[in-house]
Design a protein around this ligand. Structure first.
Ligand code: HEM
Ligand SMILES: N#Cc1ccc(NC(=O)NCc2cnc3scc(C#CC4CC4)n23)cc1
Length: 402
Protein backbone atom coordinates (compact mmCIF):
# COMPACT_ATOMS: atom_id res chain seq x y z
CA UNK A 1 0.00 0.00 0.00
CA UNK A 2 1.54 3.32 -1.03
CA UNK A 3 0.88 4.64 2.50
CA UNK A 4 0.05 8.36 2.80
CA UNK A 5 2.12 9.11 5.97
CA UNK A 6 2.49 12.80 6.86
CA UNK A 7 0.32 13.41 3.77
CA UNK A 8 2.98 12.15 1.39
CA UNK A 9 3.40 8.92 -0.52
CA UNK A 10 6.25 6.48 -0.26
CA UNK A 11 6.80 2.95 -1.50
CA UNK A 12 6.45 0.85 1.62
CA UNK A 13 9.35 -1.51 2.35
CA UNK A 14 6.79 -4.32 2.55
CA UNK A 15 7.02 -4.35 -1.29
CA UNK A 16 10.76 -5.23 -1.15
CA UNK A 17 11.56 -2.65 -3.84
CA UNK A 18 15.08 -1.28 -3.70
CA UNK A 19 15.63 2.48 -4.29
CA UNK A 20 18.37 1.91 -6.87
CA UNK A 21 17.59 -1.57 -8.16
CA UNK A 22 13.77 -1.70 -7.98
CA UNK A 23 12.78 -5.37 -8.35
CA UNK A 24 16.32 -6.76 -8.64
CA UNK A 25 17.69 -8.40 -5.50
CA UNK A 26 20.35 -6.04 -4.07
CA UNK A 27 23.81 -7.69 -3.83
CA UNK A 28 22.62 -11.29 -4.15
CA UNK A 29 24.30 -13.84 -1.90
CA UNK A 30 26.90 -15.92 -3.76
CA UNK A 31 27.58 -18.74 -1.27
CA UNK A 32 25.46 -21.17 0.70
CA UNK A 33 26.41 -22.76 4.07
CA UNK A 34 28.84 -25.69 3.55
CA UNK A 35 25.99 -28.13 4.23
CA UNK A 36 24.66 -27.30 0.75
CA UNK A 37 27.95 -27.86 -1.05
CA UNK A 38 26.35 -30.78 -2.95
CA UNK A 39 23.83 -28.46 -4.59
CA UNK A 40 26.39 -25.74 -5.35
CA UNK A 41 28.89 -28.17 -6.85
CA UNK A 42 26.31 -29.37 -9.36
CA UNK A 43 24.74 -25.97 -10.10
CA UNK A 44 28.17 -24.35 -10.58
CA UNK A 45 29.29 -26.99 -13.09
CA UNK A 46 26.13 -27.62 -15.11
CA UNK A 47 27.60 -27.26 -18.65
CA UNK A 48 30.52 -29.56 -17.87
CA UNK A 49 28.40 -32.19 -16.09
CA UNK A 50 25.89 -32.20 -18.97
CA UNK A 51 28.71 -32.41 -21.51
CA UNK A 52 30.23 -35.39 -19.70
CA UNK A 53 26.81 -37.03 -19.23
CA UNK A 54 27.31 -37.05 -15.45
CA UNK A 55 24.65 -34.57 -14.35
CA UNK A 56 21.75 -36.93 -13.78
CA UNK A 57 23.88 -39.39 -11.80
CA UNK A 58 25.25 -36.56 -9.65
CA UNK A 59 21.74 -35.28 -8.94
CA UNK A 60 20.61 -38.73 -7.82
CA UNK A 61 23.61 -39.02 -5.45
CA UNK A 62 23.19 -35.72 -3.63
CA UNK A 63 21.68 -36.26 -0.13
CA UNK A 64 18.19 -34.93 0.64
CA UNK A 65 18.95 -31.75 2.62
CA UNK A 66 16.65 -29.84 4.95
CA UNK A 67 16.20 -26.13 4.22
CA UNK A 68 16.25 -25.19 7.92
CA UNK A 69 19.74 -23.69 7.67
CA UNK A 70 18.53 -21.29 4.99
CA UNK A 71 17.21 -18.63 7.35
CA UNK A 72 17.88 -15.41 5.41
CA UNK A 73 15.86 -14.24 2.40
CA UNK A 74 19.01 -13.90 0.27
CA UNK A 75 20.23 -17.42 1.03
CA UNK A 76 16.75 -18.76 0.24
CA UNK A 77 16.79 -16.93 -3.11
CA UNK A 78 20.29 -18.27 -3.88
CA UNK A 79 19.23 -21.84 -3.03
CA UNK A 80 16.04 -21.45 -5.11
CA UNK A 81 18.18 -20.23 -8.02
CA UNK A 82 20.66 -23.12 -7.69
CA UNK A 83 17.90 -25.74 -7.43
CA UNK A 84 16.19 -24.13 -10.42
CA UNK A 85 19.31 -24.57 -12.56
CA UNK A 86 19.72 -28.16 -11.30
CA UNK A 87 16.09 -28.98 -12.09
CA UNK A 88 16.22 -27.53 -15.63
CA UNK A 89 19.51 -29.33 -16.24
CA UNK A 90 18.14 -32.59 -14.89
CA UNK A 91 14.91 -32.49 -16.92
CA UNK A 92 16.38 -31.22 -20.23
CA UNK A 93 20.03 -32.45 -19.91
CA UNK A 94 21.43 -32.29 -23.46
CA UNK A 95 18.30 -30.65 -24.84
CA UNK A 96 17.25 -33.60 -26.97
CA UNK A 97 14.23 -35.88 -26.64
CA UNK A 98 15.77 -37.76 -23.70
CA UNK A 99 13.96 -35.82 -20.97
CA UNK A 100 13.19 -36.85 -17.37
CA UNK A 101 9.59 -36.71 -16.18
CA UNK A 102 10.31 -37.38 -12.50
CA UNK A 103 12.38 -35.03 -10.32
CA UNK A 104 14.01 -37.23 -7.63
CA UNK A 105 12.82 -36.53 -4.12
CA UNK A 106 16.22 -35.49 -2.80
CA UNK A 107 15.88 -32.36 -4.95
CA UNK A 108 12.09 -32.11 -5.29
CA UNK A 109 11.38 -32.06 -1.53
CA UNK A 110 13.72 -29.19 -0.53
CA UNK A 111 12.95 -27.32 -3.77
CA UNK A 112 9.20 -27.36 -3.15
CA UNK A 113 9.60 -26.46 0.55
CA UNK A 114 11.82 -23.53 -0.38
CA UNK A 115 9.40 -22.45 -3.14
CA UNK A 116 6.53 -22.45 -0.66
CA UNK A 117 8.58 -20.38 1.80
CA UNK A 118 9.44 -17.82 -0.88
CA UNK A 119 6.01 -17.82 -2.51
CA UNK A 120 7.66 -18.86 -5.80
CA UNK A 121 7.03 -21.89 -8.01
CA UNK A 122 9.39 -24.93 -8.16
CA UNK A 123 10.64 -23.99 -11.64
CA UNK A 124 13.32 -21.54 -12.78
CA UNK A 125 11.77 -18.08 -13.02
CA UNK A 126 12.76 -14.55 -14.01
CA UNK A 127 13.10 -13.72 -10.29
CA UNK A 128 15.80 -16.41 -10.12
CA UNK A 129 17.96 -16.12 -13.19
CA UNK A 130 17.66 -12.39 -13.81
CA UNK A 131 16.89 -10.73 -10.48
CA UNK A 132 19.01 -12.91 -8.15
CA UNK A 133 21.63 -14.27 -10.53
CA UNK A 134 24.18 -11.44 -10.65
CA UNK A 135 27.32 -10.07 -8.99
CA UNK A 136 29.73 -7.18 -9.47
CA UNK A 137 33.22 -8.25 -10.51
CA UNK A 138 34.66 -5.25 -8.69
CA UNK A 139 32.32 -4.67 -5.71
CA UNK A 140 33.20 -0.98 -5.71
CA UNK A 141 32.76 -0.66 -9.46
CA UNK A 142 29.69 0.59 -11.38
CA UNK A 143 26.57 -1.34 -12.41
CA UNK A 144 27.67 -1.66 -16.05
CA UNK A 145 27.79 -4.79 -18.22
CA UNK A 146 31.59 -5.05 -18.10
CA UNK A 147 31.57 -5.08 -14.30
CA UNK A 148 28.78 -7.65 -13.93
CA UNK A 149 28.56 -11.40 -14.21
CA UNK A 150 25.97 -14.08 -13.55
CA UNK A 151 26.33 -16.72 -10.85
CA UNK A 152 25.20 -19.87 -12.72
CA UNK A 153 25.43 -20.92 -16.37
CA UNK A 154 23.59 -23.18 -18.77
CA UNK A 155 25.31 -24.73 -21.78
CA UNK A 156 25.50 -22.21 -24.61
CA UNK A 157 28.89 -20.66 -24.08
CA UNK A 158 27.87 -17.66 -22.04
CA UNK A 159 24.81 -16.73 -24.13
CA UNK A 160 22.82 -16.71 -20.89
CA UNK A 161 25.18 -14.12 -19.40
CA UNK A 162 24.20 -11.65 -22.13
CA UNK A 163 20.50 -12.50 -22.00
CA UNK A 164 20.20 -12.22 -18.21
CA UNK A 165 22.54 -9.25 -17.68
CA UNK A 166 21.00 -7.10 -20.42
CA UNK A 167 17.59 -7.82 -18.87
CA UNK A 168 18.96 -6.84 -15.46
CA UNK A 169 20.32 -3.60 -16.92
CA UNK A 170 16.91 -2.84 -18.44
CA UNK A 171 15.43 -3.41 -14.97
CA UNK A 172 17.98 -1.00 -13.48
CA UNK A 173 17.24 1.71 -16.06
CA UNK A 174 13.56 1.34 -15.26
CA UNK A 175 14.32 1.54 -11.52
CA UNK A 176 14.92 5.30 -11.80
CA UNK A 177 11.36 5.66 -13.12
CA UNK A 178 9.89 3.55 -10.32
CA UNK A 179 11.69 5.76 -7.77
CA UNK A 180 9.68 8.68 -9.20
CA UNK A 181 6.24 7.13 -8.58
CA UNK A 182 5.68 8.65 -5.09
CA UNK A 183 6.46 12.14 -6.47
CA UNK A 184 3.90 11.60 -9.21
CA UNK A 185 1.24 10.56 -6.69
CA UNK A 186 2.08 13.49 -4.40
CA UNK A 187 1.81 15.93 -7.31
CA UNK A 188 -1.54 14.42 -8.23
CA UNK A 189 -2.87 14.80 -4.68
CA UNK A 190 -1.80 18.43 -4.59
CA UNK A 191 -3.31 18.91 -8.07
CA UNK A 192 0.11 20.31 -9.00
CA UNK A 193 0.13 19.95 -12.80
CA UNK A 194 3.69 21.24 -13.21
CA UNK A 195 5.09 18.63 -10.81
CA UNK A 196 2.95 15.98 -12.48
CA UNK A 197 4.39 16.79 -15.89
CA UNK A 198 7.94 16.79 -14.48
CA UNK A 199 7.44 13.36 -12.91
CA UNK A 200 5.97 11.96 -16.13
CA UNK A 201 8.88 13.41 -18.12
CA UNK A 202 11.41 11.72 -15.79
CA UNK A 203 9.55 8.43 -16.15
CA UNK A 204 9.57 8.72 -19.92
CA UNK A 205 13.30 9.50 -20.06
CA UNK A 206 14.03 6.42 -17.92
CA UNK A 207 11.91 4.29 -20.26
CA UNK A 208 13.97 5.57 -23.18
CA UNK A 209 17.18 4.81 -21.26
CA UNK A 210 15.84 1.27 -20.93
CA UNK A 211 15.28 1.17 -24.69
CA UNK A 212 18.93 2.14 -25.24
CA UNK A 213 20.03 -0.68 -22.95
CA UNK A 214 17.83 -3.15 -24.89
CA UNK A 215 20.03 -2.48 -27.93
CA UNK A 216 23.04 -4.04 -26.17
CA UNK A 217 21.45 -7.48 -26.60
CA UNK A 218 22.87 -7.81 -30.13
CA UNK A 219 26.38 -7.35 -28.80
CA UNK A 220 26.09 -10.02 -26.10
CA UNK A 221 23.71 -12.73 -27.31
CA UNK A 222 24.09 -14.89 -30.40
CA UNK A 223 20.68 -15.67 -32.04
CA UNK A 224 21.59 -19.18 -33.21
CA UNK A 225 22.93 -20.23 -29.82
CA UNK A 226 20.01 -18.58 -28.04
CA UNK A 227 17.46 -20.39 -30.18
CA UNK A 228 19.16 -23.78 -30.41
CA UNK A 229 20.70 -24.06 -26.95
CA UNK A 230 19.59 -21.63 -24.25
CA UNK A 231 15.89 -21.71 -25.18
CA UNK A 232 15.70 -25.41 -24.25
CA UNK A 233 16.82 -24.85 -20.68
CA UNK A 234 14.27 -22.09 -20.09
CA UNK A 235 11.40 -24.28 -21.28
CA UNK A 236 8.77 -25.37 -18.82
CA UNK A 237 6.36 -28.29 -18.51
CA UNK A 238 2.97 -26.77 -19.19
CA UNK A 239 1.62 -27.57 -22.63
CA UNK A 240 4.89 -29.31 -23.38
CA UNK A 241 4.74 -32.22 -25.80
CA UNK A 242 7.74 -33.85 -24.11
CA UNK A 243 6.16 -33.70 -20.64
CA UNK A 244 2.44 -33.65 -21.47
CA UNK A 245 1.38 -34.24 -17.85
CA UNK A 246 4.06 -31.99 -16.42
CA UNK A 247 6.84 -32.98 -14.01
CA UNK A 248 6.39 -35.41 -11.10
CA UNK A 249 7.92 -33.85 -7.98
CA UNK A 250 8.73 -37.12 -6.19
CA UNK A 251 7.94 -37.14 -2.49
CA UNK A 252 5.92 -33.92 -2.74
CA UNK A 253 2.79 -34.60 -4.84
CA UNK A 254 1.55 -37.98 -6.15
CA UNK A 255 0.64 -36.56 -9.55
CA UNK A 256 2.78 -34.59 -12.03
CA UNK A 257 2.39 -30.80 -11.93
CA UNK A 258 2.52 -28.35 -14.85
CA UNK A 259 4.49 -25.11 -14.57
CA UNK A 260 5.23 -22.57 -17.29
CA UNK A 261 8.76 -22.00 -18.48
CA UNK A 262 10.54 -18.85 -17.37
CA UNK A 263 9.09 -15.77 -18.97
CA UNK A 264 9.69 -12.05 -18.85
CA UNK A 265 5.98 -11.74 -18.35
CA UNK A 266 7.30 -12.47 -14.84
CA UNK A 267 9.26 -9.20 -14.94
CA UNK A 268 7.53 -6.66 -12.72
CA UNK A 269 8.98 -3.67 -14.57
CA UNK A 270 6.81 -3.72 -17.69
CA UNK A 271 3.76 -4.75 -15.70
CA UNK A 272 4.53 -1.89 -13.28
CA UNK A 273 4.50 0.71 -16.09
CA UNK A 274 1.28 -0.79 -17.45
CA UNK A 275 -0.34 -0.62 -14.00
CA UNK A 276 0.92 2.94 -13.36
CA UNK A 277 -0.32 4.26 -16.71
CA UNK A 278 -3.62 2.41 -16.50
CA UNK A 279 -2.74 0.21 -19.49
CA UNK A 280 -4.94 -2.89 -19.37
CA UNK A 281 -4.44 -5.60 -21.99
CA UNK A 282 -7.87 -6.66 -23.17
CA UNK A 283 -6.79 -9.40 -25.61
CA UNK A 284 -7.94 -12.48 -23.70
CA UNK A 285 -5.03 -14.91 -23.91
CA UNK A 286 -2.29 -12.26 -23.68
CA UNK A 287 -3.88 -10.57 -20.67
CA UNK A 288 -4.49 -13.93 -19.08
CA UNK A 289 -0.86 -14.93 -19.62
CA UNK A 290 0.47 -11.74 -18.01
CA UNK A 291 -1.90 -12.19 -15.07
CA UNK A 292 -0.79 -15.81 -14.67
CA UNK A 293 2.87 -14.76 -14.85
CA UNK A 294 2.30 -12.60 -11.76
CA UNK A 295 1.92 -15.80 -9.76
CA UNK A 296 5.56 -16.58 -10.60
CA UNK A 297 6.77 -13.22 -9.20
CA UNK A 298 7.96 -12.70 -5.62
CA UNK A 299 4.67 -12.13 -3.72
CA UNK A 300 5.78 -8.66 -2.52
CA UNK A 301 6.22 -7.50 -6.13
CA UNK A 302 2.87 -8.97 -7.17
CA UNK A 303 1.31 -7.08 -4.25
CA UNK A 304 2.97 -3.85 -5.40
CA UNK A 305 1.43 -4.20 -8.88
CA UNK A 306 -1.98 -4.80 -7.32
CA UNK A 307 -1.61 -1.75 -5.06
CA UNK A 308 -0.70 0.37 -8.12
CA UNK A 309 -3.83 -0.87 -9.89
CA UNK A 310 -5.93 0.01 -6.84
CA UNK A 311 -4.19 3.36 -6.23
CA UNK A 312 -5.22 6.74 -7.69
CA UNK A 313 -5.36 6.54 -11.49
CA UNK A 314 -2.91 8.78 -13.36
CA UNK A 315 -4.90 8.18 -16.51
CA UNK A 316 -8.17 9.35 -14.97
CA UNK A 317 -6.43 12.36 -13.43
CA UNK A 318 -4.97 13.39 -16.81
CA UNK A 319 -8.34 12.90 -18.51
CA UNK A 320 -10.11 14.92 -15.79
CA UNK A 321 -7.74 17.88 -16.19
CA UNK A 322 -8.03 18.10 -19.96
CA UNK A 323 -4.68 19.92 -19.94
CA UNK A 324 -2.96 19.51 -23.36
CA UNK A 325 0.56 19.58 -21.90
CA UNK A 326 -0.26 17.02 -19.23
CA UNK A 327 -1.89 14.75 -21.81
CA UNK A 328 1.26 14.98 -23.96
CA UNK A 329 3.48 14.07 -21.00
CA UNK A 330 1.23 11.07 -20.25
CA UNK A 331 1.14 10.06 -23.93
CA UNK A 332 4.93 10.15 -24.12
CA UNK A 333 5.09 7.53 -21.37
CA UNK A 334 2.58 5.31 -23.16
CA UNK A 335 4.50 5.94 -26.39
CA UNK A 336 7.72 4.83 -24.68
CA UNK A 337 6.02 1.54 -23.74
CA UNK A 338 5.02 1.09 -27.38
CA UNK A 339 8.60 1.80 -28.49
CA UNK A 340 9.98 -0.71 -25.98
CA UNK A 341 7.56 -3.37 -27.17
CA UNK A 342 8.18 -2.51 -30.82
CA UNK A 343 11.92 -2.89 -30.35
CA UNK A 344 11.39 -6.10 -28.41
CA UNK A 345 9.35 -7.51 -31.31
CA UNK A 346 12.35 -6.89 -33.53
CA UNK A 347 14.53 -8.78 -31.08
CA UNK A 348 12.13 -11.73 -31.11
CA UNK A 349 12.26 -11.75 -34.88
CA UNK A 350 16.08 -11.84 -34.81
CA UNK A 351 16.40 -14.36 -32.00
CA UNK A 352 13.47 -16.68 -32.64
CA UNK A 353 11.64 -16.31 -35.93
CA UNK A 354 14.76 -16.19 -38.12
CA UNK A 355 16.74 -18.98 -36.36
CA UNK A 356 13.56 -21.11 -36.36
CA UNK A 357 13.30 -20.66 -40.12
CA UNK A 358 16.99 -21.49 -40.58
CA UNK A 359 16.52 -24.63 -38.56
CA UNK A 360 13.46 -25.69 -40.54
CA UNK A 361 15.35 -25.17 -43.82
CA UNK A 362 18.29 -27.21 -42.63
CA UNK A 363 16.21 -30.07 -41.31
CA UNK A 364 13.76 -31.04 -44.01
CA UNK A 365 12.17 -29.96 -47.25
CA UNK A 366 10.39 -26.63 -46.56
CA UNK A 367 7.04 -27.96 -47.89
CA UNK A 368 6.67 -30.41 -45.03
CA UNK A 369 5.61 -28.16 -42.16
CA UNK A 370 4.14 -31.06 -40.16
CA UNK A 371 5.81 -30.20 -36.91
CA UNK A 372 5.66 -26.46 -37.66
CA UNK A 373 3.12 -25.81 -34.93
CA UNK A 374 4.93 -28.25 -32.64
CA UNK A 375 8.19 -26.39 -32.22
CA UNK A 376 7.77 -23.19 -34.23
CA UNK A 377 7.45 -20.05 -32.13
CA UNK A 378 5.84 -21.66 -29.13
CA UNK A 379 6.14 -19.36 -26.16
CA UNK A 380 7.51 -20.72 -22.94
CA UNK A 381 3.88 -20.40 -21.98
CA UNK A 382 2.94 -22.54 -24.97
CA UNK A 383 1.37 -19.57 -26.80
CA UNK A 384 2.32 -18.41 -30.28
CA UNK A 385 4.64 -15.66 -29.21
CA UNK A 386 4.63 -13.22 -32.10
CA UNK A 387 0.84 -13.01 -32.01
CA UNK A 388 0.98 -12.66 -28.26
CA UNK A 389 3.61 -9.92 -28.27
CA UNK A 390 1.97 -8.02 -31.14
CA UNK A 391 -1.35 -8.12 -29.26
CA UNK A 392 0.37 -6.65 -26.19
CA UNK A 393 2.05 -3.92 -28.27
CA UNK A 394 -1.20 -3.14 -30.11
CA UNK A 395 -3.28 -2.92 -26.95
CA UNK A 396 -0.65 -0.61 -25.44
CA UNK A 397 -1.17 1.74 -28.41
CA UNK A 398 -4.90 1.98 -27.72
CA UNK A 399 -4.16 3.83 -24.47
CA UNK A 400 -2.74 6.93 -26.15
CA UNK A 401 -5.05 9.88 -25.38
CA UNK A 402 -6.26 11.99 -28.29
C1 HEM B 1 17.27 -12.51 -26.89
C2 HEM B 1 16.47 -11.57 -26.39
C3 HEM B 1 15.00 -11.79 -26.10
C4 HEM B 1 14.13 -12.70 -26.59
C5 HEM B 1 14.37 -13.81 -27.60
C6 HEM B 1 12.87 -12.44 -25.97
C7 HEM B 1 11.73 -13.21 -26.21
C8 HEM B 1 10.53 -13.02 -25.57
C9 HEM B 1 9.38 -13.86 -25.71
C10 HEM B 1 9.32 -15.09 -26.60
C11 HEM B 1 8.40 -13.38 -24.94
C12 HEM B 1 6.97 -13.94 -24.80
C13 HEM B 1 6.72 -14.44 -23.40
C14 HEM B 1 7.83 -15.37 -22.96
O1 HEM B 1 7.98 -16.44 -23.54
O2 HEM B 1 8.56 -14.96 -22.05
C15 HEM B 1 8.94 -12.22 -24.27
C16 HEM B 1 8.24 -11.47 -23.39
C17 HEM B 1 8.78 -10.39 -22.73
N1 HEM B 1 10.09 -9.97 -22.78
FE1 HEM B 1 11.53 -10.70 -23.92
N2 HEM B 1 12.96 -11.38 -25.11
C18 HEM B 1 14.26 -10.98 -25.16
C19 HEM B 1 14.82 -9.95 -24.44
C20 HEM B 1 14.15 -9.19 -23.53
C21 HEM B 1 14.75 -8.17 -22.72
C22 HEM B 1 16.22 -7.75 -22.74
C23 HEM B 1 13.76 -7.68 -21.93
C24 HEM B 1 13.92 -6.60 -20.91
C25 HEM B 1 13.60 -6.76 -19.65
C26 HEM B 1 12.55 -8.39 -22.25
C27 HEM B 1 11.32 -8.18 -21.67
C28 HEM B 1 10.20 -8.90 -21.94
C29 HEM B 1 8.91 -8.63 -21.32
C30 HEM B 1 8.60 -7.55 -20.31
C31 HEM B 1 8.01 -9.57 -21.82
C32 HEM B 1 6.51 -9.74 -21.47
C33 HEM B 1 5.65 -9.19 -22.59
C34 HEM B 1 5.46 -7.67 -22.47
O3 HEM B 1 5.19 -7.20 -21.34
O4 HEM B 1 5.57 -6.99 -23.50
N3 HEM B 1 12.81 -9.32 -23.24
N4 HEM B 1 10.23 -12.01 -24.68
N1 LIG C 1 10.94 -20.74 -29.74
C1 LIG C 1 10.94 -20.12 -28.78
C2 LIG C 1 10.92 -19.35 -27.59
C3 LIG C 1 12.09 -18.80 -27.08
C4 LIG C 1 12.05 -18.05 -25.92
C5 LIG C 1 10.82 -17.86 -25.27
N2 LIG C 1 10.65 -17.13 -24.11
C6 LIG C 1 11.65 -16.66 -23.30
O1 LIG C 1 12.84 -16.80 -23.53
N3 LIG C 1 11.19 -16.02 -22.21
C7 LIG C 1 12.09 -15.47 -21.25
C8 LIG C 1 12.32 -14.05 -21.54
C9 LIG C 1 11.72 -13.32 -22.52
N4 LIG C 1 12.21 -12.06 -22.49
C10 LIG C 1 13.11 -12.04 -21.52
S1 LIG C 1 14.19 -10.97 -20.77
C11 LIG C 1 14.72 -12.13 -19.66
C12 LIG C 1 14.06 -13.27 -19.87
C13 LIG C 1 14.21 -14.37 -19.06
C14 LIG C 1 14.28 -15.31 -18.37
C15 LIG C 1 14.41 -16.44 -17.47
C16 LIG C 1 13.80 -17.68 -17.89
C17 LIG C 1 13.23 -16.84 -16.78
N5 LIG C 1 13.17 -13.22 -20.91
C18 LIG C 1 9.67 -18.41 -25.77
C19 LIG C 1 9.72 -19.16 -26.94
Amino acid sequence: KLCPTEGSWKIDEVFQIDKELAFALPSPQENLPDKYAGWMCIAKNLPELIERDELRARVKEVPELSIDDLTEHKSQRLAHLALGYITMGYVWNKGDEDVRKILPRNIAVPYCKLSAKLGLRPILAYADCVLANWKKKDPNGPMIYENLDILFFFPGDGCDRGFFLVSLLVELAAASAIKKIPDLFNAMIKQDLVKCKDALRVIKSCQLDALEVFKQIHKHVDPTIFYNVLRTYLSGWKGSSLLPEGLLYEGVWDTPKQFSGGSAGQSSVFQCFDALLGIRHSDGSAAGFLQEMRTYMPPAHKAFLESLEKGPSIRKFVLSKGDRCLKDAYNECVGAMVSLRDYHLGIVDTYITKPAREKQKGKQDPEDSSNQSETENKGTGGTNIMTFLQAIRDSTKTFLLV
